[in-house]
Design a protein around this ligand. Sequence first.
Ligand code: PMP
Length: 281
Amino acid sequence: MSRTVYVNGAYVPEEEAMVSVFDRGFLFADAIYEVTAVLDGKICEWDGHIARLQRSLGEIGMPMPMSSEELLEVHREIVKRNNMEEGAIYLQVTRGATDRDFVIPKDLPQTVVLFTQAKSLTGTKSGLRVISVPDIRWGRRDIKTVQLLAASMCKSEAKKQGKDDAWMIEDGFVTEGSSNNTYIVTEEGKIITRNLSNSILPGITRKSVLRIAEELDLEIEERPFTIAEAQKAVEAFMTAATSFVTPVIEIDGVKLGDGTPGPVSKRLCEVYIEESRKASC
Ligand code: PMP
Protein backbone atom coordinates (compact mmCIF):
# COMPACT_ATOMS: atom_id res chain seq x y z
CA MET A 1 0.00 0.00 0.00
CA SER A 2 1.29 3.43 -0.92
CA ARG A 3 2.25 5.76 1.89
CA THR A 4 1.10 9.31 2.19
CA VAL A 5 4.07 11.68 2.10
CA TYR A 6 4.20 15.36 3.06
CA VAL A 7 5.86 17.70 0.55
CA ASN A 8 5.77 21.46 1.01
CA GLY A 9 2.30 21.72 2.49
CA ALA A 10 0.64 18.88 0.55
CA TYR A 11 -0.12 15.30 1.60
CA VAL A 12 0.37 13.16 -1.52
CA PRO A 13 0.74 9.46 -2.46
CA GLU A 14 4.45 8.53 -2.34
CA GLU A 15 4.55 8.00 -6.12
CA GLU A 16 3.61 11.66 -6.58
CA ALA A 17 5.98 13.06 -3.93
CA MET A 18 8.57 15.08 -5.87
CA VAL A 19 11.22 17.72 -5.28
CA SER A 20 13.20 19.69 -7.88
CA VAL A 21 16.49 18.38 -9.33
CA PHE A 22 17.81 21.86 -8.47
CA ASP A 23 17.06 21.38 -4.79
CA ARG A 24 20.19 22.18 -2.76
CA GLY A 25 19.48 19.16 -0.58
CA PHE A 26 20.01 17.01 -3.69
CA LEU A 27 22.95 18.99 -5.15
CA PHE A 28 24.91 20.01 -2.00
CA ALA A 29 23.44 18.00 0.91
CA ASP A 30 22.38 21.50 2.04
CA ALA A 31 19.72 20.12 4.33
CA ILE A 32 18.96 19.09 7.90
CA TYR A 33 16.96 16.07 9.02
CA GLU A 34 15.43 14.49 12.10
CA VAL A 35 14.12 10.98 12.73
CA THR A 36 11.53 10.58 15.46
CA ALA A 37 10.11 7.38 16.93
CA VAL A 38 6.38 6.69 17.11
CA LEU A 39 4.97 4.44 19.83
CA ASP A 40 1.23 3.80 20.26
CA GLY A 41 0.61 6.27 17.41
CA LYS A 42 2.28 9.08 19.36
CA ILE A 43 5.50 11.02 18.84
CA CYS A 44 8.43 10.34 21.18
CA GLU A 45 10.97 12.89 22.47
CA TRP A 46 9.33 15.78 20.60
CA ASP A 47 10.97 18.57 22.64
CA GLY A 48 14.44 17.13 22.07
CA HIS A 49 14.02 16.64 18.32
CA ILE A 50 12.53 20.06 17.68
CA ALA A 51 15.25 21.77 19.73
CA ARG A 52 18.00 19.93 17.83
CA LEU A 53 16.34 20.70 14.48
CA GLN A 54 16.29 24.39 15.35
CA ARG A 55 19.93 24.30 16.44
CA SER A 56 21.12 22.39 13.33
CA LEU A 57 19.26 24.79 11.02
CA GLY A 58 20.71 27.78 12.90
CA GLU A 59 24.27 26.41 12.59
CA ILE A 60 24.01 26.41 8.78
CA GLY A 61 22.13 29.71 8.62
CA MET A 62 18.64 28.42 7.87
CA PRO A 63 15.43 29.46 9.62
CA MET A 64 12.79 27.06 10.91
CA PRO A 65 10.41 26.40 8.00
CA MET A 66 7.40 26.77 10.31
CA SER A 67 6.73 27.01 14.03
CA SER A 68 7.37 24.01 16.26
CA GLU A 69 3.60 23.75 16.93
CA GLU A 70 2.93 23.60 13.19
CA LEU A 71 5.66 21.00 12.71
CA LEU A 72 4.20 18.87 15.50
CA GLU A 73 0.84 19.10 13.79
CA VAL A 74 2.36 17.85 10.50
CA HIS A 75 4.05 14.98 12.40
CA ARG A 76 0.72 14.01 13.97
CA GLU A 77 -1.14 14.30 10.68
CA ILE A 78 1.30 12.09 8.78
CA VAL A 79 1.04 9.43 11.50
CA LYS A 80 -2.74 9.60 11.28
CA ARG A 81 -2.89 9.51 7.49
CA ASN A 82 -0.64 6.42 7.45
CA ASN A 83 -2.38 4.69 10.38
CA MET A 84 1.02 4.17 11.97
CA GLU A 85 1.08 2.73 15.48
CA GLU A 86 4.81 2.09 15.67
CA GLY A 87 7.70 3.23 13.49
CA ALA A 88 9.71 6.26 12.43
CA ILE A 89 8.98 9.70 11.01
CA TYR A 90 11.66 11.17 8.76
CA LEU A 91 11.74 14.95 8.39
CA GLN A 92 14.02 16.81 6.00
CA VAL A 93 14.33 20.55 5.57
CA THR A 94 16.46 21.81 2.68
CA ARG A 95 17.54 25.31 1.73
CA GLY A 96 15.33 25.07 -1.38
CA ALA A 97 15.78 24.97 -5.15
CA THR A 98 17.69 27.42 -7.33
CA ASP A 99 20.28 27.30 -10.14
CA ARG A 100 23.41 25.44 -9.03
CA ASP A 101 25.93 27.77 -7.36
CA PHE A 102 28.36 27.17 -4.48
CA VAL A 103 27.47 30.49 -2.90
CA ILE A 104 24.66 29.90 -0.43
CA PRO A 105 21.57 31.75 -1.65
CA LYS A 106 19.44 33.85 0.65
CA ASP A 107 15.73 33.59 1.42
CA LEU A 108 14.74 30.69 -0.84
CA PRO A 109 11.45 28.96 -0.05
CA GLN A 110 12.66 25.90 1.88
CA THR A 111 11.74 22.34 0.91
CA VAL A 112 10.04 20.37 3.69
CA VAL A 113 9.46 16.63 3.35
CA LEU A 114 8.12 14.11 5.87
CA PHE A 115 7.50 10.41 5.44
CA THR A 116 6.76 7.49 7.73
CA GLN A 117 8.41 4.07 8.03
CA ALA A 118 6.12 1.67 9.84
CA LYS A 119 8.06 -1.00 11.74
CA SER A 120 8.18 -2.74 15.07
CA LEU A 121 10.58 -0.94 17.39
CA THR A 122 10.01 -2.71 20.66
CA GLY A 123 10.89 -6.38 19.98
CA THR A 124 13.60 -8.22 21.94
CA LYS A 125 17.11 -7.32 20.86
CA SER A 126 19.63 -10.04 20.17
CA GLY A 127 22.79 -7.92 20.37
CA LEU A 128 24.89 -6.53 17.54
CA ARG A 129 28.34 -7.37 16.25
CA VAL A 130 30.30 -4.31 15.20
CA ILE A 131 33.52 -3.57 13.34
CA SER A 132 35.72 -0.50 13.66
CA VAL A 133 36.40 1.74 10.66
CA PRO A 134 38.17 5.09 10.19
CA ASP A 135 35.89 8.10 10.71
CA ILE A 136 36.11 9.93 7.38
CA ARG A 137 33.28 12.43 8.01
CA TRP A 138 33.50 16.24 8.11
CA GLY A 139 34.26 18.24 11.26
CA ARG A 140 30.73 19.36 12.22
CA ARG A 141 29.10 16.07 13.15
CA ASP A 142 27.11 17.91 15.82
CA ILE A 143 24.92 19.27 13.00
CA LYS A 144 22.40 16.75 11.71
CA THR A 145 22.94 17.27 7.98
CA VAL A 146 21.95 14.77 5.30
CA GLN A 147 25.61 14.14 4.33
CA LEU A 148 25.32 10.47 5.20
CA LEU A 149 27.50 8.84 2.53
CA ALA A 150 30.38 8.02 4.93
CA ALA A 151 27.94 6.53 7.45
CA SER A 152 26.18 4.58 4.72
CA MET A 153 29.50 3.24 3.37
CA CYS A 154 30.77 2.12 6.76
CA LYS A 155 27.50 0.38 7.68
CA SER A 156 27.56 -1.35 4.28
CA GLU A 157 31.15 -2.47 4.92
CA ALA A 158 30.00 -4.00 8.23
CA LYS A 159 27.22 -5.87 6.42
CA LYS A 160 29.67 -7.02 3.74
CA GLN A 161 31.77 -8.55 6.52
CA GLY A 162 28.70 -10.31 7.92
CA LYS A 163 28.42 -7.91 10.90
CA ASP A 164 25.73 -5.46 11.97
CA ASP A 165 27.24 -2.01 12.30
CA ALA A 166 30.45 0.01 12.39
CA TRP A 167 32.02 2.13 15.11
CA MET A 168 34.04 5.00 13.70
CA ILE A 169 37.55 5.79 14.92
CA GLU A 170 39.34 9.13 14.92
CA ASP A 171 42.81 9.69 16.45
CA GLY A 172 42.57 6.24 18.04
CA PHE A 173 39.25 6.85 19.80
CA VAL A 174 35.69 5.81 18.98
CA THR A 175 33.59 8.77 17.87
CA GLU A 176 30.19 7.08 17.38
CA GLY A 177 28.38 4.37 15.46
CA SER A 178 27.23 4.81 11.86
CA SER A 179 23.91 6.21 13.10
CA ASN A 180 24.04 5.96 16.89
CA ASN A 181 25.93 6.97 20.02
CA THR A 182 28.15 4.35 21.65
CA TYR A 183 28.74 3.22 25.25
CA ILE A 184 30.76 0.67 27.17
CA VAL A 185 30.25 -0.64 30.70
CA THR A 186 33.36 -1.36 32.80
CA GLU A 187 33.82 -4.22 35.23
CA GLU A 188 33.08 -1.78 38.07
CA GLY A 189 29.72 -1.00 36.42
CA LYS A 190 30.67 2.45 35.15
CA ILE A 191 29.09 3.61 31.87
CA ILE A 192 31.55 5.35 29.56
CA THR A 193 30.41 7.35 26.55
CA ARG A 194 32.14 9.99 24.48
CA ASN A 195 31.62 13.57 25.65
CA LEU A 196 29.66 15.97 23.43
CA SER A 197 31.67 18.10 20.98
CA ASN A 198 31.73 18.82 17.24
CA SER A 199 32.96 15.22 16.77
CA ILE A 200 29.61 13.53 17.46
CA LEU A 201 25.90 14.10 17.11
CA PRO A 202 24.23 15.06 20.40
CA GLY A 203 21.78 12.15 20.46
CA ILE A 204 18.34 12.85 21.83
CA THR A 205 18.23 9.26 23.09
CA ARG A 206 21.70 9.71 24.62
CA LYS A 207 20.51 12.63 26.73
CA SER A 208 17.52 10.72 28.11
CA VAL A 209 19.44 7.49 28.63
CA LEU A 210 22.14 9.30 30.62
CA ARG A 211 19.44 10.93 32.77
CA ILE A 212 17.83 7.54 33.37
CA ALA A 213 21.21 5.97 34.20
CA GLU A 214 21.79 8.70 36.75
CA GLU A 215 18.34 8.11 38.26
CA LEU A 216 19.21 4.40 38.50
CA ASP A 217 22.37 5.39 40.42
CA LEU A 218 24.68 4.17 37.69
CA GLU A 219 28.02 5.88 37.46
CA ILE A 220 28.70 7.73 34.17
CA GLU A 221 31.94 9.02 32.71
CA GLU A 222 31.78 11.13 29.56
CA ARG A 223 35.08 10.73 27.72
CA PRO A 224 36.52 9.14 24.57
CA PHE A 225 37.44 5.42 24.71
CA THR A 226 39.46 3.14 22.44
CA ILE A 227 38.48 -0.12 20.75
CA ALA A 228 40.99 -1.96 23.01
CA GLU A 229 39.21 -0.59 26.10
CA ALA A 230 35.82 -1.45 24.61
CA GLN A 231 36.93 -5.03 23.94
CA LYS A 232 37.74 -5.38 27.65
CA ALA A 233 34.34 -4.01 28.71
CA VAL A 234 31.78 -6.36 30.24
CA GLU A 235 29.04 -4.81 28.17
CA ALA A 236 28.51 -2.30 25.37
CA PHE A 237 25.51 -0.70 23.73
CA MET A 238 24.39 2.05 21.41
CA THR A 239 21.48 4.47 21.37
CA ALA A 240 19.36 6.03 18.62
CA ALA A 241 15.84 7.39 18.29
CA THR A 242 14.23 4.38 16.64
CA SER A 243 16.35 1.61 18.15
CA PHE A 244 16.43 3.04 21.70
CA VAL A 245 19.14 1.10 23.57
CA THR A 246 20.70 -1.76 21.57
CA PRO A 247 23.24 -4.14 23.09
CA VAL A 248 26.56 -4.78 21.35
CA ILE A 249 28.00 -8.25 21.91
CA GLU A 250 31.11 -8.29 19.72
CA ILE A 251 33.69 -5.70 18.63
CA ASP A 252 36.17 -6.51 15.84
CA GLY A 253 35.67 -10.23 16.42
CA VAL A 254 36.12 -10.08 20.23
CA LYS A 255 33.10 -11.19 22.28
CA LEU A 256 32.15 -9.01 25.25
CA GLY A 257 31.42 -10.70 28.57
CA ASP A 258 29.61 -13.97 27.90
CA GLY A 259 28.64 -12.83 24.39
CA THR A 260 25.00 -12.10 25.23
CA PRO A 261 23.21 -8.76 25.87
CA GLY A 262 24.17 -7.39 29.27
CA PRO A 263 21.90 -6.35 32.16
CA VAL A 264 22.71 -2.62 32.08
CA SER A 265 21.62 -2.14 28.45
CA LYS A 266 18.54 -4.32 28.98
CA ARG A 267 17.43 -2.32 32.01
CA LEU A 268 18.12 1.05 30.35
CA CYS A 269 16.14 -0.04 27.30
CA GLU A 270 13.13 -1.13 29.38
CA VAL A 271 13.03 2.10 31.37
CA TYR A 272 13.68 4.22 28.29
CA ILE A 273 10.76 2.69 26.37
CA GLU A 274 8.45 2.94 29.39
CA GLU A 275 9.30 6.63 29.89
CA SER A 276 9.13 7.42 26.17
CA ARG A 277 5.64 5.98 25.95
CA LYS A 278 4.50 8.05 28.93
CA ALA A 279 6.02 11.28 27.62
CA SER A 280 4.99 10.83 23.96
CA CYS A 281 2.62 13.37 22.44
N1 PMP B 1 24.99 9.66 15.98
C1 PMP B 1 24.72 9.63 14.67
C2 PMP B 1 25.83 9.80 13.68
C3 PMP B 1 23.40 9.44 14.23
O1 PMP B 1 23.11 9.43 12.91
C4 PMP B 1 22.37 9.26 15.20
C5 PMP B 1 20.96 9.01 14.78
N2 PMP B 1 20.46 9.96 13.92
C6 PMP B 1 22.71 9.29 16.56
C7 PMP B 1 24.03 9.50 16.92
C8 PMP B 1 21.67 9.10 17.63
O2 PMP B 1 20.88 10.25 17.76
P1 PMP B 1 19.37 10.15 18.26
O3 PMP B 1 19.41 9.45 19.58
O4 PMP B 1 18.92 11.54 18.37
O5 PMP B 1 18.64 9.35 17.23
